[in-house]
Design a protein around this ligand. Structure first.
Ligand code: AMP
Ligand code: GLY
Length: 423
């Protein structure tokens, strides 16, 4: 099979790494890719938001299967264009991608499906939004409706903060994405991520993970795209996962099918779990990054067969072959991230690292300059490892971190602390 993966982050390196282990994979192309991906696949320069260009590329290279990594091409309808041109494609349609691109849409679906989530209301005008805030009181959560690069959510501990967020968002701080705000009840509990493969009709649980969104140790400081993750998530026990499937995931998929927008691809559900009861925080329509890295480390080659089964509507008979193992990934980021940071610093030590089925440094934001690997983004490397216990995975991941020589980078030393403490 000739396989095309769209994207350029650590998520796509991990996907490429897993896919490449499957003997079905003859040729692997990643567009646009990065310096680490270039070691295992051909990286092609391609505008992945341009559906016509992606289709033309897939035709030219006789692609049999396309995996769409990030949300932006899904939101742009690239999966629809590929399918219309006859390509088997993993990833939801533009309509179904509204589960990530519109928070108001997701809330409507939850209500129609009877899926437990925070009580909510949506507003386009400041005055009624503030009246609602006054009525409900703090803590309360204010969200820009659309995609805002992870920055459109304010968990307000005071009414002042909540009102300022409404002023900001409806005042245009997020452009179109904030033309409407969703105001939500503040939910207490422990957060975890649940990944489900969907083929439009059937759903297959594909793993659990927890990430660390804050930049600083002890989960402090500003939000990031994620500074590290581990799988499985202890709080998402089999009993909680079964409940989430019956109460949240299956009703959501049934409602989507009923509306003529069946969901195909991976559905990434963020839950708040309190006393064994999951409630939906949000959906994403792609793998989490860096959560994907720990899932792929645990799944290996079978990930390709399962994603293909999802794209071809064959999930009813599919099974995941789980090992009783744990994985962890630690993000190495450029000093200054998530604020401003320098690009172009040279990373040493990468050539001497182990690259095995249990230890791998995935590249997120790297490029090649004069034969050297340089940092090109905020999150740059993902040191990832698998072990019989979370502690074993942690020790192996940090041994990779410590072997990287990159003075302009930083990382958190405490990834997994909550799960390790409760061991
Ligand atoms: P979202 O982009 O919707 O996932 O929100 C980002 C983060 O804000 C989540 O991961 C939660 O930590 C927090 N959050 C969002 N909605 C709520 C809520 N209703 N109650 C408590 N925390 C929330
Ligand atoms: N790590 C969070 C995300 O991918 O959205």
């Amino acid at each position: 099979m000739n396989i095309l993966i769209l994207g350029s982050g650590g998520r796509e390196h991990a996907l490429a790494w897993a896919v490449k282990q499957n003997p079905k994979c003859d040729r692997l192309i990643v567009a646009p890719g990065n310096a680490g991906i270039a070691d295992i696949a051909w990286c092609a320069a391609l505008d992945i938001l341009d559906g016509a260009a992606v289709v033309a590329f897939a035709e030219e290279h006789a692609i049999d299967f396309v995996i769409v990594g990030p949300e932006a091409p899904l939101a742009a309808g690239v999966a629809d264009d590929l399918r219309a041109a006859g390509f088997t494609t993993f990833g939801p349609s533009k309509d179904a991608a509204q589960l990530e691109t519109s928070k108001g849409f997701t809330k409507e679906i939850c209500d129609a499906a009877g899926a437990p989530t925070a009580a909510w209301a949506r507003f386009t005008e400041v005055e009624p939004a503030k009246a609602y805030l006054q009525d409900k009181g703090a803590p309360i959560v204010v969200k820009a409706d659309g995609l805002a690069a992870g920055k459109g959510v304010v968990v307000a501990m005071t009414l002042d903060e909540a009102e300022a967020a409404v002023d900001d968002m409806l005042g245009g701080a997020f452009g179109e994405a904030g033309a409407e705000v969703v105001i939500e009840e503040f939910m207490r509990g422990e957060e975890a991520s649940f990944f489900v493969l969907c083929d439009g009709e059937h759903a297959l649980p594909f793993g659990t993970a927890q990430d660390h969104k804050r930049v600083g140790e002890g989960d402090t400081g500003p939000n990031t795209g994620g500074m590290g993750a581990y799988s499985p998530a202890p709080v998402l026990t089999d009993a909680v996962a079964d409940r989430a499937m019956e109460e949240i995931i299956k009703p959501t998929l049934a409602e989507m099918a009923k509306r003529g927008m069946p969901y195909q691809g991976v559905l990434y559900a963020g839950f708040m779990i309190e006393e064994g009861a999951p409630r939906l925080v949000e959906y994403n329509v792609r793998f989490g990054d860096p959560e994907c890295q720990v899932l792929m480390m645990r799944l290996g080659a079978q990930a390709l067969d399962l994603m293909q089964a999802a794209a071809e509507g064959r999930l009813a008979d599919a099974r995941v072959n789980w090992a009783d193992d744990h994985a962890m990934t630690v993000v190495l980021a450029a000093e200054g991230y998530p604020g401003t940071y320098e690009k172009g610093s040279v990373i040493h030590g990468l050539d001497d690292l182990p690259e095995t089925s249990t230890q791998m440094v995935f590249h997120a934001g790297t490029g090649t300059q004069d034969g050297k690997t340089v940092a090109t983004g905020g999150r740059v490397l993902n040191a990832t490892a698998r072990g019989a216990s979370l502690k074993e995975a942690r020790d192996a991941a940090y041994s990779l971190v410590d072997a990287v020589d990159w003075p302009q980078g930083f990382h958190r030393r405490d990834i997994g602390w909550r799960a390790l403490e409760s061991d």
